[in-house]
Design a protein around this ligand. Structure first.
Ligand SMILES: Nc1ncnc2c1ncn2[C@@H]1O[C@H](COP(=O)(O)OP(=O)(O)OP(=O)(O)O)[C@@H](O)[C@H]1O
Ligand SMILES: [Mg+2]
Length: 526
């Protein structure tokens, strides 16, 4: 009995040793097959599941998109930012990481890849975060968004914790995650310049192909109000207006207005409209969303773009008169006129018929494009109130071409004329570009010429820019005076030509009148 128990003891010892050897070999083999990660992760899942048998755990899932995928959820972004830190601290445990460029050009921001899990501690409780994504369904029953199917992966974070920690996690930990996440986002924030010309949001089959409708680069424009030449009083007024907007959250809520403001910047090319937008963005520390309207397919897509913008941003549509087909009304009018004519019994010839077909085709084409009413709703419709703290800027060289509805107050609240270089702006540019002032002997000559001739700040700035090592304030101001003199001569020659043409026209008209009077006299004589 003793011997058999001894033997059984020896045997079980041998079996255990053999199992250990086999396990070690298997483990090393798995390691060499790079499967350790798989087992490592699953053993973690396993241990958590085992723990759950003793004390069940709960889960909270944070989806990347809420509200029917209209907008990335703030909670997801905050959790993502929070987990960047947790991932960095637990880097040894997380084997698959995603890297994005950091503010610091030598560093990368690391976050965990899909199906990775990271543990976090909070007031003695342990929680686990799992990142995962779900593939769209293959049966074509993908969820619909704005009437179109979605093919993109859906991304999630799942938080697991033990039931006994429920109150702590829901009541304290989750708010802590959101707060910390926001702080990380502010710390890592880089201002961005977004564009809608990514073309990868809707694929050729009309499927939502994923990602944002916007793509971006880091916004690094050097222009500030300190280097923008314009009438100082006007500049001050604009800066005060921006301050009032930025600090106006309570005011907008009190009067029941959406927290947004429209600016219309108009004036000839080179007068600083785009420069002003950069200065505004730098002053307010806002992101810029630059909409290329001609790349937006429908009003619905325009709305989607708006919804995906974040607060503290400037939404820009440059050269609005060129991007938008404001001729729709005129075409309709033409068609109505044509219909009227045909009612009157006027027979259309073949050419006219084909012309009207062409118009119809044009109208069909324009029906798939953004319309004026789409833009009006975009700026001032119900959706425009989503979010808040947004500035919308339109620029144009031809303010007179714009539909009054587009630029009425409430849509474009502040109209700013960017005009030719005045003496004040010239004084400013001379100081900034040449570190010179009114006392320079050529300043007076250039200033008096600027009172007579229209020259854009862009042209003045170009003349004041030293082009080589030998150039200084004297040579630059001399070049400017010469350019202004040439511009003056050109303007005088043009004026003389126009006057001559007008005089000729008048003379021609007078000749005709005289001939008509003579003819009448002749008739009377008869
Ligand atoms: N008021 C200004 N102060 C300082 N620089 C200016 C000013 N206006 C124009 N510039 C300079 O001229 C260049 C052209 O200006 P900008 O692109 O802002 O003109 P714009 O009004 O937007 O022209 P466009 O109507 O053709 O788009 C810029 O590089 C800028 O540095
Ligand atoms: Mg411009």
């Amino acid at each position: 009995m003793e011997a058999s128990s001894l033997w059984s003891g020896v045997n079980s010892g041998i079996v255990l040793s053999l199992m250990a050897v086999v396990w070690t070999m298997l483990w090393q083999g798995l390691q060499s097959l790079q499967l350790q990660h798989f087992f490592g992760r699953h053993s973690r899942h396993l241990s958590r599941r085992l723990a759950a048998v003793l004390d069940p755990y709960l889960t909270v899932t944070v989806a990347e998109y809420d509200g029917g995928r209209m907008r990335r959820s703030d909670a997801y972004k905050e959790a993502q930012a929070y987990l960047q830190r947790a991932t960095r601290e637990a880097c040894g445990g997380v084997r698959h990481l995603k890297a994005e460029p950091d503010k610091d050009p030598d560093r990368l921001v690391l976050s965990m890849d899909d199906n990775e899990e990271v543990a976090d501690e909070f007031k003695g409780a342990t929680v686990w975060w799992l990142a995962y994504s779900a593939q769209p369904r293959e049966d074509g029953q993908s969820p619909y968004f704005w009437g179109r199917a979605s093919r993109t992966e859906k991304r999630f974070y799942r938080l697991c914790f033990l039931e006994r920690d429920r109150d702590l996690i829901l009541g304290e930990y989750l708010p802590h995650v959101r707060r910390e996440g926001r702080a990380v986002m502010v710390k890592n924030r880089q201002r961005k310049l977004f564009t809608n010309i990514s073309g990868d949001s809707w694929d050729s089959d009309g499927f939502w192909s994923g990602g944002s409708a916007w793509s971006h680069v880091v916004f690094e424009h050097p222009k500030t109000f300190a280097t923008l030449a314009m009438d100082p009083a006007k500049k001050k007024e604009i800066m005060e207006d921006l301050d009032a907007f930025r600090n106006g959250k309570d005011y907008y809520a009190r009067v029941g207005k959406a927290w947004k403001r429209g600016y219309l910047l108009y004036g000839p090319p080179g007068t600083g409209k785009s420069t002003m937008i950069a200065a505004m963005a730098n002053y307010l520390d806002y992101d810029v969303y630059d909409i290329e309207l001609t790349s937006v397919r429908t009003n619905t897509d325009l709305r989607k773009l708006f919804i995906e913008t974040t607060s503290k941003s400037i939404i820009v549509i440059e050269d609005i008169d060129c991007s938008l087909d404001l001729t729709g009304k005129r075409k309709k009018k033409k068609k109505a006129e044509a219909a009227e004519e045909s009612k009157d019994g006027e027979k259309k010839d073949g050419a006219e018929t084909s012309a009207s077909k062409e118009e119809e085709r044009d109208d069909d084409k324009s029906s798939s494009k953004v319309t004026l009413s789409g833009v009006l709703n975009f700026i001032d419709g119900l959706w425009s109130a989503c979010g808040g703290e947004r500035i919308i800027v339109f620029t144009t060289n031809h303010v007179e071409k714009l539909d009054p509805a587009l630029i009425r107050r409430g849509r474009m609240d502040k109209h700013i004329e960017m005009s030719y270089c005045c003496v004040e702006s010239f004084r400013f540019l001379t100081r900034v570009y040449l570190d010179a002032d009114d006392s320079h002997p050529l300043f007076g000559a250039a200033a008096s010429l600027l009172r007579e001739v229209d020259m854009t700040p862009a042209d003045v700035a170009e003349n004041l820019t030293p082009k080589g090592p030998g150039e200084d304030a004297d040579s630059c101001l001399a070049a400017l005076v010469e350019a202004l003199q040439k511009a003056k001569e050109k303007a005088l020659a043009k004026k003389a030509k126009e006057e001559a043409a007008l005089a000729k026209k008048k003379a021609g008209g007078k000749g005709k009148e005289e001939a008509a009077a003579d003819e009448a006299n002749d008739n009377d004589d008869e």
